[in-house]
Design a protein around this ligand. Structure first.
Ligand code: PAF
Length: 283
C-alpha cells in the first residue's frame, strides 16, 4: 500500500491512475478503523480500480466542548488493517497543510436546510467542519466515487446535498450499517460501553425495527410512534435525544405522502451517545 501525506504526492498518484484509465474510490475517515470502515473500503474496491483511504482527525468538526485531543488515534493498527484488506493508498494529511492559516481563516461550506436539527442541534458547527474538509479532500483526490456509511445518516445526506448543490463531479455511495451480532450498530463509541451496556444497547435497533414494521403495516400516526419509542427507550435506562421519523432525503418530519422515510435516533447510555437509524421504503 502506498502512503502519502502531502497534497502534491496524492495528486501525483491519483493523476497517474487517471492517466491509465483507472477509476478511483475515496473513503475519508478519522482513523480508529473498525469493521464498519473496512466495509466502506470493500465497497469502494467492488466499484473502482483503485481505492484511497484518508485518515485525518479534522479539528474543524469538533466543538469547543468536544475532546479533539483525546479522539482515539491508532495509526499503526489502522495502516495494518488497510494493508490487509488491500487498500491501494492511505492519505494522511497534516493540519498545517490543510489549514495553513489556522481554522479561523479558512472559507467554510455551509450546507443549508440539513444542518439545523438532530446532530447539528447538539453539535453547532459540526457539519460545516465536515463539509469543508470533505470538499477539500474531494478537490485534492478528485475521486470518481466516495463511500459514506449510512450509520451517520445525517452526514451522508449533508454530503449528498453538498455534491448536488455545488455540482461536484463525484458520485456518493451510501453503505449499509455494519452491526454486531445483537444488532448494535458498529461504532468507535462502542468501546466505551460495559458488557451490560452492550447487550442493553441492542434495544435501540430493536425499537427501530418494531417502529418500521408498524409503518410498513400502514400506521401513519408518526408523533405517537415517536413518543412510544422514546418512552420505551427511556424506561429501559436510555437518555433519548431524539427518535424522529423523517423524509429520508430532506430529513424534515415525515408526512403521510412521503415514500422514502428514515427513522433517526440518538440515545445516551451512561456516558456514551449512540446513533442509529433505519430506512423505510414505502413504494
Ligand atoms: O465520518 C467521519 O469520520 C468524518 O466526519 C469524515 C467524513 C472523515 C470527515 O472528517
Amino acid at each position: 500500500m502506498y502512503q502519502a501525506s502531502s497534497v502534491a504526492e496524492i495528486r501525483q498518484y491519483a493523476q497517474h491512475w487517471k492517466d491509465n484509465a483507472q477509476s478511483i474510490a475515496f473513503i475519508p475517515t478519522m482513523g480508529n478503523l473498525h469493521q464498519g470502515h473496512l466495509s466502506l473500503i470493500e465497497k469502494g474496491q467492488s466499484l473502482c480500480d483503485r481505492t484511497i483511504c484518508s485518515i485525518f482527525v479534522n479539528p474543524m468538526q469538533f466543538g469547543p466542548n468536544e475532546d479533539f485531543n483525546h479522539y482515539p488515534r491508532t495509526l499503526e493498527r489502522d495502516i495494518e488493517q488497510l494493508e490487509t484488506i488491500g487498500c491501494d493508498l492511505v492519505y494522511m494529511p497534516t493540519a498545517s497543510e490543510l489549514y495553513p492559516n489556522g481554522l479561523d481563516q479558512i472559507s467554510q461550506i455551509l450546507v443549508t436546510d440539513l444542518t439545523e436539527s438532530y446532530e447539528a442541534a447538539h453539535r453547532p458547527g459540526h457539519f460545516t467542519g465536515v463539509a469543508t474538509i470533505v470538499l477539500k479532500l474531494f478537490n485534492i483526490v478528485k475521486p470518481n466515487i466516495s463511500v459514506f456509511g449510512k450509520k451517520d445518516y445525517q452526514q451522508y445526506q449533508v454530503i449528498r446535498k453538498m455534491v448536488r448543490d455545488l455540482d461536484l463531479e463525484v458520485e456518493i455511495i451510501g453503505q449499509e450499517t455494519t452491526r454486531e451480532a445483537n444488532g448494535l450498530a458498529t461504532s468507535s463509541r462502542n468501546q466505551y460501553l460495559t458488557e451490560t451496556d452492550t447487550s442493553q444497547a441492542a434495544l435501540i435497533y430493536k425499537t427501530l425495527k418494531t417502529t418500521a414494521a408498524l409503518i410498513l403495516q400502514g400506521e401513519r400516526r408518526f408523533n405517537q410512534l415517536e413518543e412510544q419509542a422514546k418512552v420505551q427507550l427511556n424506561q429501559a435506562g436510555f437518555d433519548t435525544d431524539y427518535f424522529s421519523i423523517c423524509n429520508a432525503e430532506t430529513l424534515k418530519p415525515a408526512s403521510s405522502k412521503d415514500r422514502k422515510l428514515v427513522i433517526l435516533v440518538t440515545a445516551g447510555l451512561g456516558q456514551t451517545r449512540l446513533l442509529d437509524n433505519i430506512e423505510i421504503d414505502l413504494w
